[in-house]
Design a protein around this ligand. Structure first.
Ligand code: SAM
Length: 327
């Protein structure tokens, strides 16, 4: 079992499988994108499966596949198939922007993936390219419908709320939970990366996001959706799905942190906002034993800070982009 210096049990790994993305969301990436890692610098399927197996033997039971855009990694379905049979993993999920989801949903489900989170910041066709700097809303909506049809459960929609950009759509996303059995999670904008997008005018605090939601009913712990991490959930009257809130700044969630992160090129990060990481890839490629790799996982857990160092003002948090960190 992995326990950090603050007594938190670490049983969740967020695994970035690529640092490339087919969108360029304004809060996440610069317009010109960033140079992704060369393919030989990315962890291979075999390396990922080995690491996940070692993690699972230490008590990692929840895994999230993320990126970059994980569905853009060639061979992602085969990788999932290899991961899904690793003993000890009770919950495997994937975060996607949904652009490629409709084509791949059935294969992903067949490979053993149980649930997906789709990032979607607007329901308005004219706004989508302004936020994502690419077209694709129709594909994403089709992807959400297909995900429901092939039986992913739950399907969660992640909305990064930006004042003056999409905050006026909060009621529209609440309405979506009445039309479709999806859980919508509103995420406070975070000061991460070097996009220069984050500022106090665009940042809408949790209490204001909640105030714009209209009446919501609190949910008992037992009714929280599967895999609830930092989100706090409610239900709108007549809602088929839940409404959740994730707030890194207003309501620091670090007290419940249970996670490690692995970047696509094999750096193990103790915290989203930590600048330091351990080079697991070089260790793997130098012929390290499973025991040595397990030791690195334990070291990363021992390095976990009590809380992240993000602040609403006071400059950037770190230099990496979310697509490299596996947000
Ligand atoms: N491509 C996948 C997707 O779109 O879900 C996975 C990677 S993406 C970096 C993961 C999540 O990070 C998305 O929900 C995205 O909206 C969120 N994200 C990226 N930058 C953020 C920021 N500055 N503040 C809040 N959320 C952010």
């Amino acid at each position: 079992m992995l326990i950090d210096p603050f007594g938190r049990r670490i049983d969740y790994l967020r695994l970035s499988v690529t640092d490339r993305c087919n969108l360029r969301c304004v809060y996440c990436l610069p317009a010109q994108g960033v140079a992704g890692s060369a393919s030989q610098d990315l962890l291979s399927d075999a390396e990922i499966a080995r690491l996940v197996g070692i993690g699972a033997s230490l008590g990692i039971s929840k895994l999230r596949i993320t990126g970059g855009e994980p569905l853009a990694r060639p061979g992602i379905v085969a990788l999932l198939r290899a991961i899904a049979v690793i003993p000890g993993l009770a919950d495997i999920s994937l975060s996607t922007n949904g652009v490629l989801l409709s084509k791949m949903a059935e294969d992903l489900r067949g490979a053993g993936l149980a649930r997906v989170n789709v990032s979607l910041d607007t329901l308005r066709p004219e706004r989508f390219p302004a936020i994502a700097r690419r077209r694709g809303l129709e594909n994403v909506m089709h992807g959400i419908h297909t995900a429901l049809k092939v039986g992913f459960s739950p399907v969660k929609i992640n909305v990064v709320v930006m004042n003056g950009v999409n905050a006026d759509e909060i009621p529209d996303f609440i309405s979506l939970t009445r039309r479709l059995p999806v859980h919508v999670r509103f995420i406070e904008l975070m000061p991460i990366g070097e996009t220069g997008f984050f500022n106090s005018r665009r940042w809408l605090p949790l209490r204001e996001i909640q105030a714009r939601c209209g009446p919501l009913e609190p949910l008992s712990r037992a009714k929280q959706p599967v895999g609830c991490g930092p989100a706090v959930y409610f239900k709108s009257p007549a809602g088929l799905g839940r409404v959740g809130f994730i707030s890194a700044l207003s309501c620091n969630f670090c007290g419940r942190c249970n996670r490690l992160r692995l970047t696509a090129n094999g750096r193990l990060l103790p915290c989203l906002a930590s600048a330091r990481g351990l080079n697991l890839r070089d260790c793997l490629r130098s012929g390290a034993s499973d025991a040595k790799i397990a030791e690195l996982l334990r070291r990363a857990v021992a390095m976990k800070p009590q809380r992240h160092q993000m602040a609403p003002e006071g400059g950037r948090v770190r230099e990496s982009f979310m697509c490299s960190l596996g947000g």
